[in-house]
Design a protein around this ligand. Structure first.
Ligand code: HEM
Length: 538
């Protein structure tokens, strides 16, 4: 059975149609009628009133009036690029995903972003960076929607609106734009100590990357890979930049924000245009899929945890090269719709409660942002695999579907589209055993240690990275109006490390509190340091 979507009258669809949007040598209106003048309204005499009958004026202004769509509620500011992913085949041992088989090349589109700022905000602010990759595989679209920091602020998606409300500008004055230096942000992270690890990461150098080309990327959650025999392995995804991981220092970032707010966007586009194609290796850390889903005592379902690379080395599985800039920012970078639920056979999700909420959120927000349910038909979102779904009609439908029986089984449309088994490439959810228990709104006990991993991070930093972190806390907290918030944050820092706490306290002119929990007995993980990274970079 072939694809069920055809265009009206058999004319070109998708990318072809998009290219045709500006075909022909004459200026026309939207209906294709040639225009002789688009610079003057139709008037009753050159100095007379404009006539209501000017349908060209109406069409032109009407369309302009509706040019803007809502920006993303988070990650509004971004830059994208096309490229190719070349699989090494090494992941075949743990997954049947076709695009990870040996020597398979898959087209990709990547969008890098800041999280908090609006679409027009500056690039080199202190923030987490999004790193979202769409793989157009022959088995359907797979999206790896990650960040440049391997952990997240919260452990349960139900808190996502709260953390974003705290991080966005104050509702009364709408300041600060895209900066973390404000009371609501520090209020939130000092009251929600599960945010400590992520906060420490982005107070560190990763919060002000030198370039998108020099950032790591992380899937953050633990995913489940499935091989052809149905054997499962838990994994964490890592992108490792061939150029290494590099950051700005704070003063540079501040100057660049003023001089060139498009610094990261320009850097990416210029590099690709000049043929200096950025590259990342994709790697996985693998863990046995045990019933408790822990590894070396680390709860793999807690997205505020990393697994140190020394305990589970990152194994390279492929190489991504970004080699083509978008030709139209709106059509590609703005309209691209990523979703953690875009999965292909061989890649499945786990019960991480943050991931569960994301599986709902992306589709939901895109219905508003992209005006209805048909955004998968936009050229940038189209799968490169044949589509034969039973989804019909809706706002902005551009396909004219054949047949009369969009249900199955049916006996009217010459039989049904085939359904497939696992051996024919169907996506079948892994039949994992769901733990039994009472229905509750509470976190597991294993999510309650909020300080051991932040302490490991701190101990892993080189002296210069520690100085940057101390300076960042003094700067950011110095901007808070409420002293109570500064003091509460110092308490959090005391539970990570006495030196970190006392240096920041000195900078703020406040006393350093004593820890309220015993300091964790943890080993440093050199791979966390940008100076001590372990990845083999050519
Ligand atoms: C957008 C990453 C958690 C809701 C994004 C984007 C990235 C990302 C990279 C930008 C996608 C693009 O470039 O278009 C992450 C990571 C998370 C996380 C790594 C945690 C590990 C969440 C959670 C929610 C959420 C918990 C909600 C429950 C959204 C929404 C968008 C978004 C609504 C805008 C999507 C759009 O308009 O297309 N996220 N996110 N995210 N994220 Fe997340």
């Amino acid at each position: 059975s072939g694809p069920a979507t055809v265009s009206p009258t058999g004319s070109p669809t998708g990318a072809d149609q998009a290219r045709m949007a500006q075909s022909g040598s004459h200026l026309t209106n939207a209906q294709g009628t040639r225009l002789h003048d688009t610079d003057h309204s139709l008037k009753a005499g050159p100095r007379g009133p404009v006539l209501l009958q000017d349908h060209h004026l109406r069409e032109k202004i009407m369309h302009f009036d509706h040019e803007r769509i809502p920006e993303r509620v988070v990650h509004a500011r971004g830059a994208g690029a096309h490229g190719v992913f070349q699989s090494y085949g090494t992941a075949s041992a743990v997954t049947k995903a076709g695009f990870l088989a040996p020597d398979v090349e898959t087209p990709v589109f990547v969008r890098f972003s800041t999280v908090v700022g609006s679409r027009g905000s500056a690039d080199t602010v202190r923030d987490t960076r999004g790193f979202a990759t769409k793989f157009y595989t022959s088995e359907g679209v797979f999206d790896l929607v990650g960040n440049n920091i391997p952990v997240f602020f919260i452990q349960d998606a139900i808190k996502f609106p709260d953390v974003v409300h705290a991080a966005k500008p104050h509702p009364d004055r709408e300041i600060p734009q895209a900066q973390s230096a404000h009371d609501t942000f520090w209020d939130f992270v000092s009251l929600h100590t599960e945010a400590t690890h992520h906060t420490l990461f982005f107070m560190g150098d990763r919060g002000i990357p030198r370039s998108y080309r020099m950032m790591e990327g992380f899937g953050v959650h633990t995913f489940r890979l499935v091989d052809a025999e149905g054997k499962t392995t838990l994994v964490k995804f890592h992108w490792k930049p061939k150029l290494g991981v590099h950051s700005l220092v704070w003063d540079e970032a501040q100057l660049i924000n003023g001089n060139d707010p498009d610094f990261h966007r320009r850097d990416l586009a210029d590099a690709i245009e000049s043929g200096a194609y950025p590259q990342w290796e994709l790697g996985i850390q693998t863990f046995p899929d045990t019933p408790d889903q822990t590894f070396e005592g680390i709860d793999l379902l807690d997205p505020t945890n990393i697994v140190p690379e020394e305990l589970a080395p990152v194994q390279p599985i492929g190489l991504m090269t970004l080699n083509r800039n978008p030709s139209n920012f709106f059509a590609e970078t703005e309209q691209v719709a990523f979703h953690v639920g875009h999965l292909v056979p061989g890649i499945d999700v786990t019960d991480d409660p943050l991931l569960a909420g994301r599986l709902f959120s992306y589709l939901d927000t895109q219905i508003t942002r992209l005006g209805g349910p048909n955004f998968p038909q936009l050229p940038i979102n189209r799968p490169h695999a044949p589509v034969n779904d039973m989804l019909r009609d809706g706002m902005h439908q551009t396909a004219v579907h054949r047949g009369v029986a969009p249900y199955q089984p049916n006996s009217l449309d010459g039989g049904c589209p085939f359904t497939a088994g696992a051996d024919m490439g169907a996506y079948i959810e892994t039949p994992v055993t769901v733990p039994e228990g009472r229905k509750v709104r509470e976190a597991p006990e294993s999510f309650s240690d909020h300080f051991s991993q932040p302490r490991r991070f701190w101990l892993s930093m080189s002296p210069v990275e520690r100085e940057h972190i101390i300076g960042a806390y003094i700067f950011e907290l110095g901007k808070c109006y409420e002293e109570a918030i500064r003091k509460r944050t110092l308490q959090v820092l005391a539970n990570i490390d006495p030196e970190l706490c006392s240096r920041v306290a000195d900078g703020l002119g406040l006393p350093a509190p004593e820890p309220t929990v015993p300091l964790a007995d943890v080993e440093p993980s050199p791979a966390l340091s940008q100076v001590g990274g372990t990845w083999p970079v050519d």
